[in-house]
Design a protein around this ligand. Structure first.
Ligand SMILES: Nc1ccn([C@@H]2O[C@H](COP(=O)(O)OP(=O)(O)OP(=O)(O)O)[C@@H](O)[C@H]2O)c(=O)n1
Ligand SMILES: C[C@](O)(CO)[C@H](O)COP(=O)(O)O
Length: 226
């Protein structure tokens, strides 16, 4: 299987509320997106890499890549929405059968998760990691609870997500005008099965200042590998 990886670092990190985009914040002396990228570059089953970055940061990022001696990574530019960044990244891949899409701000994934995803792609066109919820989830309308959802049927979804490349690109072309937050949603729209593999509790998405503090703590305490 020829596998491509699209690593997303094209966002602006509004919820981090910081003067530097969150993917460039450092953990243990290294930018978050570089931690994710280096880990992916060490995975032998990946054949091609595309890193999606904000266009205005191209000089800054190419300097960081050079300092880290990172080669063989194509660069794509981000769009307004995450999904626009994904499609820009997908279009840079050449002759791949499958693709994994990863949020660079989830630096604590493990190689085993990727191996599981690749294996499951033999049977499905879309495979995503997810974990059980810890909180009770309620639906709210006009400031009051309208429903308590059955937690046993809900999961929290992570990346990396794994797809048949052609199917994903076709779906992207077809549903260009709707908004969604993860790529597997496109398969749901077409009633195609999305297979779930067990995610990792520590595979957090560094989204808010608290997440960043937790991420640094996990590394300091040796709870995760970077
Ligand atoms: N237009 C966008 C938006 C997001 N991302 C990337 O998608 C991942 C997950 O998105 P999220 O955590 O929402 O990042 P931001 O959009 O940057 O954050 P916020 O929503 O708080 O602005 C991140 O690695 C981010 O860089 C991207 O490449 N292009
Ligand atoms: C893809 C994702 O990380 C799965 O949890 C998430 O949906 C990204 O969402 P965001 O709105 O870009 O934070």
């Amino acid at each position: 299987m020829n596998l491509g990886a699209v690593i997303l670092a094209g966002g602006s990190g509004r919820r981090m509320d910081c003067n530097i985009k969150k993917q460039y914040l450092k953990i243990n002396g290294e930018s978050i997106f570089i931690i994710s990228l280096k880990k992916l570059l060490n995975i032998k089953s990946i054949d091609q890499y595309v890193l999606v970055i904000p266009e205005e940061d191209k000089k800054f990022v190419s300097r960081i890549l050079k300092e880290n001696n990172i080669k063989n990574v194509k660069i794509a530019y981000g769009g307004n929405r995450r999904q626009d960044s994904v499609v820009n990244g997908l279009k840079m891949l050449k002759s791949v059968e499958s693709v994994l899409i990863h949020d660079s701000v989830r630096p604590f994934f493990k190689e085993q998760l990727i191996n599981k995803g690749i294996k499951q792609l033999r049977n499905y066109s879309a495979v995503i990691p997810a974990i059980p919820l810890k909180d009770t989830i309620k639906k709210v309308e006009n400031g009051v609870v309208s429903k308590t959802l059955d937690r046993s049927k809900l999961v929290a979804v992570q990346t990396p997500q794994f797809f048949d490349y052609k199917e994903l690109l076709n779906l992207y072309e077809k549903f260009n005008n709707i908004n969604f937050t993860d790529d597997s949603y496109l398969f749901e729209l077409k009633n195609k099965e999305v297979s779930i593999i067990m995610g990792l509790e520590e595979n957090i998405k560094i989204t808010t200042p608290v997440d960043y503090e937790i991420a640094k703590m996990l590394v300091k305490k040796g709870k995760v590998n970077v």
